[in-house]
Design a protein around this ligand. Structure first.
Ligand SMILES: Cc1ncc(COP(=O)(O)O)c(C=O)c1O
Length: 199
């Protein structure tokens, strides 16, 4: 028997009756954009991530782009990102008009290497976007210390890290704000595109 590389249907079959109940609620409510269901999810996901607020958005790229815009990051700024992240992290920065500044990862975790960050900081650096990859968070204590020293924002890209913990704290609660993705293949995958901003 051939084993499928990715079987999203199988994952959802396990919770099929809950999903059908939710579809029914939405259908009956007549509210097909935002509404109580989204509000409930935002509230519960904020609690799960140990942050004050969660705002649902279209996808993870949009969450990153909106955060950069909200912090006024744009042309003339530089943003430090891991050189080995998924392309959406870079795209959010280039979309803002700021310059992407790639920094190499640690060889044992493949997450942003704090020891390599300071050499890339200039007077134009506005933010660092650590991306938590492969189920483990970046070394946030070290990265936050660098950010404090240089007055930089930390925007976490927690798209691949829902439920990951760093010294007992949830990914998404470890910087100034975070973006996450509910792309169907993610830890918490939606039936479609979705994302959230956390702060
Ligand atoms: C690390 C990372 N950042 C951002 C994104 C963008 O999320 P989305 O596909 O929901 O736009 C993804 C996933 O696709 C990702 O893996």
């Amino acid at each position: 028997m051939a084993i499928k590389f990715l079987n999203l249907k199988k994952i959802h079959l396990e919770i099929s009756s809950d999903l059908h109940k939710a579809f029914e609620r939405v259908l009956e409510s007549g509210q097909y954009i935002l509404g109580q269901e989204v509000e409930n999810f935002e509230y519960e996901f904020a609690r799960f991530c140990e942050v004050k607020y969660c705002i649902g958005v279209g996808n993870g790229l949009e969450a990153l782009a909106l955060l950069l815009r909200a912090y006024g990051i744009g042309p003339g700024d530089e943003v430090i990102v891991p050189s080995n992240t998924f392309v959406a992290t870079w795209l959010a920065v280039s979309h803002s008009g700021a310059q992407v500044v790639p920094v190499e990862p640690c060889q044992d975790t493949y997450n942003l290497n704090p020891d390599a960050i300071e050499a890339s900081i200039t007077t134009k650096t506005a933010a660092i976007i650590p991306v938590h990859l492969y189920g483990q968070t970046a070394d946030m204590n070290a990265i936050n210390k660098i950010a404090q020293r240089h007055h930089l924002l930390i925007i976490e890209d927690a798209a691949q890290a829902q439920g990951s913990k760093y010294h007992g704290r949830q990914a998404g609660s470890l910087g100034d704000a975070a973006a996450t993705s509910f792309y169907p293949g993610k830890n918490i995958g939606a039936l479609g595109d979705a994302g959230a901003v956390l702060f």
